[in-house]
Design a protein around this ligand. Structure first.
Ligand code: AMP
Length: 215
């Protein structure tokens, strides 16, 4: 399947994509991860992107589209993928169409993970990544055993540079002003499926799997 995950920062796109990847062998393509990787490696585009990401803005469409074109031309995406965090505006959605056409693919569904503002804040401020495994955790929601498993194995719980309250506020504003326009865009295309993203991760996953009909 070829899926887009749409939803505000903190809606659970990455968490749910990781699980779909593990259980249904889908390939997660996260532009946020690709950009953080480029920044870590100090590529010119990566360094340019980092300043924008740290401020909570959107990285330029050119940079993001080049990463997406590269990633979607890799053979592991031939059988399907989950686009997590891309597209983020209508221009990116329009630019995606010829990219997919070039590799003879089209989208099967766009999932909107719907979560209210209070939950988003709690999820984002509590979010941590285990430095050893890359597993996404949350100091408010993960069990103590899960958090300890990372630190006892010698890992640390890393907080993303842009998961502070000021930057979170900006990212949510960008979502409302630019990304939310993709809801009518994909509704019109007949692709949008809304999934209630509130509550426990397992419950959301259950609803997601049902919406995608992948049982
Ligand atoms: P994410 O990991 O999806 O929350 O993305 C983190 C940050 O990376 C965002 O706040 C943006 O600065 C940047 N970013 C990720 N995906 C995109 C995109 N499709 N277009 C522009 N900027 C992006």
């Amino acid at each position: 399947m070829r899926i887009v995950f749409l939803g505000a920062p903190g809606a659970g796109k990455g968490t749910q994509a990781q699980r779909l990847m593990a259980e249904h062998h889908m390939v997660q393509v996260s532009t946020g991860d690709l950009l953080r990787d480029a920044a870590k490696h100090g590529t010119p585009a990566g360094l340019k992107a980092k300043a924008v990401m740290d401020a909570g803005g959107l990285v330029s469409d050119d940079i993001v589209l080049e990463l997406i074109r590269d990633r979607l031309s890799a053979p592991d995406t031939r059988k399907g993928f989950i686009l997590d965090g891309f597209p983020r505006n209508v221009a990116q959605a329009a630019a995606l169409e010829p990219v997919l056409a070039a590799v003879g693919q089209k989208l099967d569904a766009v999932i909107l993970l719907d979560v209210d503002l209070d939950s988003l804040m709690k999820r984002l401020t509590g979010r941590r990544t285990c430095s050893l495994t890359g597993k996404l955790l949350n100091i408010h929601y993960s069990s103590q055993a899960e958090l300890d498993a990372c630190t006892k194995a010698g890992g640390t719980l890393i907080q993303r540079a842009d998961d502070n309250e000021e930057t979170i506020g900006k990212r949510l504003k960008v979502y409302r002003e630019l990304t939310e326009a993709l809801v009518p865009y994909y509704t019109k295309a007949g692709l949008l499926r809304k999934v209630d993203g509130e509550g426990a991760m397992d419950a959301v996953y259950g609803r997601l799997v049902k919406a995608l009909d992948v049982g």
